[in-house]
Each structure stands twice: as structure tokens, then as C-alpha cells.
Design a protein around this ligand. Sequence first.
Ligand code: FAD
Length: 258
Amino acid sequence: MAIDSPAKIVIIGAGPIGLEAALYARFLGYEVDVFERDVLASSLRQSSAEITGSFVENATSLGLAALEAQGEFDRPADDATLTSREFAERYCGPLANTDLIQDCIHEHSSVVRVTLNPNHSNTSPDDTEDDEITAPKFIVHYNSPDAQTATTQAHVVIDASGENSAVDWTETQLASCPDTGIYLGGQASFGATREQWSSPENLVTREQHGYVIGRKSFGNEVPFGKSFTLPDGHEQIRVLFSILGDRAELDLYKTVRL
Ligand SMILES: Cc1cc2nc3c(=O)[nH]c(=O)nc-3n(C[C@H](O)[C@H](O)[C@H](O)COP(=O)(O)OP(=O)(O)OC[C@H]3O[C@@H](n4cnc5c(N)ncnc54)[C@H](O)[C@@H]3O)c2cc1C
């Protein structure tokens, strides 16, 4: 079942993958809210280690197009090797300030849990005649900057909250469904048992519309003998939105270029 724009997507975490997912979603016309518990790209800002690969390998064609369209982008050399902090400051920060996503990002807003909207009709895709947008499936609970607990509704939730997050999905009862791409298992992190679901195809589900991508999806163990890299996350984004749109060929990273 396709989820067509302007459905509402909530993204948890404004790290490099959450920001890229937000941009991709906005290009497709979805409504987006990004909740970040700290400041954007906070994980990257904490490290002065070099990011594997060149600048252009860790950026996306979509991100670069948005930045160039904005003007006044001090673009690093394509083959530059940046530290995590430099990548946060020279790419993620400017990206977050582009017109498409700057109004969607809510810093100092920590998502606590995701629950199911009781008003959502849980029609199975097989019973659905068309792609009509129904009441949002999820309720996202977060602490706003003034420390008040608030909620917002979402048709789709993308959890890109990195490795040290503790978003509680338990009430959605997705934990028992490995093919949803969401594993809880009563643990704060995904751990070794996440490994078998870490390929892009298994991170997503046509039915549930709850997704875990980015560093978090790889858990604390190293799957496939390799560590998570930003291009892994970009591939997850591409797959996720092709499934959301029910368009296997959809790939904005190929079609939107300078
Ligand atoms: C020393 C070091 C070296 C590294 N080297 C590399 C490298 O070479 N290549 C590489 O690809 N990666 C490297 N990494 C890992 C890199 O940090 C991750 O690849 C990258 O940050 C993952 O992006 P992400 O968006 O998935 O998660 P993150 O960058 O962790 O972003 C997650 C965001 O979600 C926010 N968040 C968490 N919980 C919540 C919540 N409940 N509500 C709202 N927001 C929340 C966090 O504050 C954070 O801003 C390195 C990390 C370190 C520490």
C-alpha cells in the first residue's frame, strides 16, 4: 500500500541520516517533523575522527542540489576527507538550514515513545482498494524544549536516532514482528539479534510504516563484517521511500542531480 504525499512523516533524530531522510521526504512532498533531543548532528559533533570516505561519497546528490540551490554554500572539495565534526558543520548544518527542511526540525525535543493511534483503522493492505490516506497510524510522544510532554500524529515514523537512543516502541506491538524491521526485545539497543534484519529490504515493511534506519539499525554488533557507513544509510532511505511510494524504480539520488 502506497503512502502518498502529503502524508505526515515523523523522523526521530537529526543526525546525518535523519536529515537526509527529511530532505528526501520533502522533495517528495510529504509533511515532515524531525525531532532531535539535542542539537542537529550532535553525535557527529562529538568526534574529531575522520569519516571514512571522501566528502562527496558521504554527501548525497539531493543534499548537494539543495545546498547549491540555496547559494552561498562553501562546498568542500569532493575528495576532501573531513572529520565528523567538520562534516556536521560544513554539510549537515547548512543542509538543515535549507528552505526545504529548516522549518521541520525541532531541536531539544526528545522522543520518548511511539504508540498506536486508537482512531486509526487498521485495514490490511489486501483489503484496501486504493491508496487513500487514512487517519495517522502513530502517535509520537516527545518532550518539548520547555520540558512539557507533547504528542503529534504520524502516518509514518522513521527512527534514525543513532546508537544510544531509547525510543520506546513497545506499545505499537511491532516488537514481535521481525519482518517489520523493528526489533525491541526488551533492550535499549538492537544488538546482535538485529543482524539478520539489517539489509535494506528487511528494514522496511509495507504494512506497518514504522522504520529504523541509520546507525541504530545496525545495532551494536557489526553485521556483514562491516561497520555502518553513511552511504549505507542513504541506500536505506532510497529503499524506504520506494516502498512508501510503491514505486520500485524511485531513486531521487539518481534523478536529482546538479
Ligand atoms: C570516533 C567515531 C568515528 C566514527 N567514524 C565513522 C566513519 O568513519 N564513518 C561513518 O560512517 N561513521 C562513523 N562514525 C559513526 C557516525 O557517528 C555514524 O555513522 C553517524 O553519526 C550515524 O548517523 P545516524 O544519523 O544514523 O545517527 P546519529 O549521528 O547518532 O544521529 C542520531 C541523532 O538522533 C538523536 N536522538 C537520539 N535519541 C533521540 C530521541 N529519543 N529523540 C530525538 N532525537 C534523538 C541524537 O541526538 C542524534 O543527533 C564514527 C563515530 C565515532 C564516535
